[in-house]
Design a protein around this ligand. Structure first.
Ligand SMILES: *Cc1c(COP(=O)(O)O)cnc(C)c1O
Length: 398
């Protein structure tokens, strides 16, 4: 499979590239690169406005990706798929638009300690705008959601938003039962699937969620394109997030009528070629088989965790029973940023920092971690080079 990812065939500081920063962004297969290249060379024009052939052809291909995405998420209908810029934009859209629809002064929004900043800060803005307040579900020492008192956290809550997989620790959260309990109490539920979508099935009907968001760039697709799934009746009731061309039925200076969903939430010229790239990425994953890709990554994660755990003075942060494709760790006496820099000298690309999840770091009383994260194209050589580079780092700082 590695030959499908041209970027992997290079050396960094004279060493073969060991790309283990997949939780930040995945590399792109030729299938995606070629689809976008072909689109610019042969198919490109603006969509949904033209009567000319190019525009009509590309409009049909764009709409087909919406249908493909709906199938990928098992959404009931394609109109429930809104194209956004990213997970971040999807969550901002919800905080603003769903917030305007449902939040009243004194209402509560339930998040968890595991959230990415993109699932925290938009809700803080919504609290300021609508007079609501945040409630946070805690985690245990393993980095798992502590759900023992979950029902106590639901009083006064109108929106519950949580990550399916933690980008900082890799914890897989068993959200379906929590969502069911929240929904039984009339709470609107949101799943941040940014870190989950490349590793486990994100079936919106099985999850039972009202909304789900992800970014294409974390599932082998391009940057600049994300997906918001929303239940049709809720999207229909929500006010628009951005306004302008393409999201209207008719405009006069007295009064504007909005288009139906999903167009109501896609103001302006969308990232057309990025949508084509997303379609190619979902096809690529579907062809390879998401379950097979995930099983391969799980083998690598377990091998890496075993090898790293055997090293002295290394602490794994996040020891949940169910994890996906992420290992976060610290090295005694070595700042994660210094470790990351030395690992890079060995050609090993990892992330060192807070992973946009400062509350997780605070929970564990650490400034940062080193995070190795896996994708379909990683192999046992990558693990071997990671472990050797970590040992070399420890020797250097001894
Ligand atoms: C990456 C990530 C985000 C943010 O995604 P963007 O593409 O940067 O908008 C949000 N939540 C989680 C869990 C993530 O892993």
């Amino acid at each position: 499979m590695r030959h499908e990812f041209p970027i992997l065939a290079q050396t960094i500081h004279g060493q073969p590239l060991t790309y283990l920063d997949n939780a930040a962004s995945t590399q792109k297969p030729l299938a995606v690169i070629d689809a976008m290249d072909h689109c610019y060379r042969h198919e490109y024009s603006n969509i949904h406005r033209g009567v000319h052939t190019l525009s009509q052809r590309l409009s049909a291909r764009y709409d087909a990706v919406r249908e493909k995405t709906a199938r990928f998420l098992n959404a009931a209908r394609p109109e429930e798929i809104v194209f956004t810029k990213s997970t971040t934009e999807g969550l901002n859209l919800l905080a603003s638009s769903l917030g305007e629809l449902v939040l009243r002064p004194g209402d509560k929004i339930l998040l968890t300690t595991l959230e990415h900043h993109a699932n925290i800060v938009p809700w803080q803005r919504a609290c300021q705008r609508f007079g609501a307040e945040l409630v946070v579900l805690p985690i245990n020492d393993a980095g798992e959601l502590d759900t023992t008192h979950f029902s106590d956290y639901l009083d006064g809550v109108k929106i519950f938003s949580a990550a399916l997989v933690s980008n900082a620790l890799g914890t897989i959260n068993d959200l379906a039962p929590l969502i069911a309990e929240a929904k039984a109490r009339g709470i609107h539920t949101i799943v941040d699937a940014a870190q989950a979508v490349a590793h486990l099935p994100c079936d919106v009907q099985a999850l039972g969620c009202d909304f789900l968001v992800f970014s294409a760039h974390k599932i082998y697709g391009p940057t600049g394109i994300g997906v918001l799934y929303g239940r049709h009746d809720l999207l229909d009731a929500m006010p628009p997030y951005q306004t302008g061309g393409d999201m209207i039925l008719s405009v006069s200076f007295e009064r504007t009528h909005y288009a139906a969903v999903p167009q109501k939430f896609e103001a302006g010229t969308p990232p057309i070629v990025e949508v084509i790239g997303l379609g190619a990425a979902l096809d690529w994953v579907t062809d390879k088989g998401l379950a097979d890709l995930a099983a391969h990554e799980e083998t690598l994660r377990q091998a890496a965790e075993q090898a790293l755990t055997a090293l002295p003075c290394l602490r794994i942060i996040g020891t949940a029973r169910h994890k996906a494709a992420v290992i976060s760790f610290t090295l005694d006496g070595i700042h994660p940023h210094d470790a990351g820099t030395v690992l890079d000298q060995h050609g090993v690309a990892v992330r060192a920092g807070q992973h946009c999840a400062e509350p997780v770091m605070r929970r564990f009383g650490i400034p940062a971690t080193i995070r190795a994260s896996f994708a379909a194209y990683n192999n046992h050589d990558d693990i071997g080079r990671l472990v050797a580079a970590v040992q070399a780092t420890q020797q250097l700082f001894q």
